[in-house]
Design a protein around this ligand. Structure first.
Ligand code: PGA
Length: 262
């Protein structure tokens, strides 16, 4: 049984004050006694520390939205996985489509970051997803297979599985680019098909055990109204939520939809 995992990606939004207020409201709804679902918020980097303070007495985990692949050195403006771990970050989101398409990250860049983050003891949420053009050209599976094998190149099933039940495993997020921030959601059936395909590729490359244990989140215009139907699909193990994670009013019903699955 895979533990459902709902993550909020705040992207480049909130202020220190509004981010802390949001974290506080989420933390109150998910106290330490409610740990059947993994819940995470990923604020902008400058707010990690103050958001972490708000989450202290809750089961909500802390996420980061990016990192660099080196430990330290002359890399102005970059942040290492070790620095994130130092700030109590549990998972780092890597390969998000905005980083691929706006910031120009390649599968090779992402692969180095995934390896470095796992090495530093962080969990990784690796995002993959096709553009509308890819989908219309019938290339969805090719793109997903390429992003998966490119992002995870050279990594073993042991590295991807993480350690002793800590938050240091690999999680995938299927995020069709055409559904991100557009209000268009993949139908539960479309998403299920892509998730099952990704799981089959994990099995092919890293074995059945890893494929069966790996959580695959769906992301792309998840909201309270569509969360339950998406989460009910057998291969959808959670959600990576952008816009709707920016208010407790929208994010908490999605979290509750995941609790309803267990
Ligand atoms: P969205 O973003 O929920 O606003 O579509 C999802 C994401 O980019 O992770």
């Amino acid at each position: 049984m895979r533990r459902p995992f709902v993550a909020g990606n705040w992207k480049m939004n909130t202020t220190a004050a509004s981010g802390c207020e949001l974290a506080r409201a989420i933390a109150e709804a998910v106290p330490t006694s409610r740990d059947e679902v993994d819940v995470l918020v990923a604020p902008p980097l400058p707010y990690l520390d103050c958001v972490d303070d708000e989450l202290a007495k809750s089961a909500v985990m802390l996420g980061a939205q990016n990192c660099y692949h080196e430990k330290e050195g002359a890399f102005t403006g970059e942040v290492s996985p070790q620095m994130l771990a130092d700030l109590d970050v549990d998972y780092v989101i890597l390969g998000h489509s905005e980083r691929r398409h706006i910031l120009g990250e390649t599968d090779e860049d992402i692969n180095k970051k995934v390896a470095a983050a796992l090495e530093a003891g962080l969990g990784v949420i690796l995002c993959v997803g096709e553009t509308l053009e890819d989908r219309e050209a019938g290339k969805t599976n090719d793109v997903l297979a390429q992003q998966l094998s490119g992002g995870l190149k050279g990594l073993t099933a042991e590295q991807l599985a993480g350690g002793t039940g800590g938050n240091d495993d690999l999680v995938l997020a299927y995020e069709p680019v055409w559904a991100i921030g557009t209000g268009k959601t993949a139908t539960p059936e479309m998403a299920q098909e892509a998730h099952a395909f990704l799981r089959s590729k994990l099995a092919e490359g890293w074995g059945d055990d890893l494929a069966a244990a790996t959580r695959i989140q769906y992301g792309g215009s998840v909201k309270p109204a569509n969360a339950a139907d998406l989460l009910a699909q057998p291969d959808i193990d959670g959600a990576l939520v952008g816009g709707a994670s920016l208010s407790a009013e929208n994010f908490l019903p999605i979290v509750e939809a995941a609790f309803a699955q267990v």
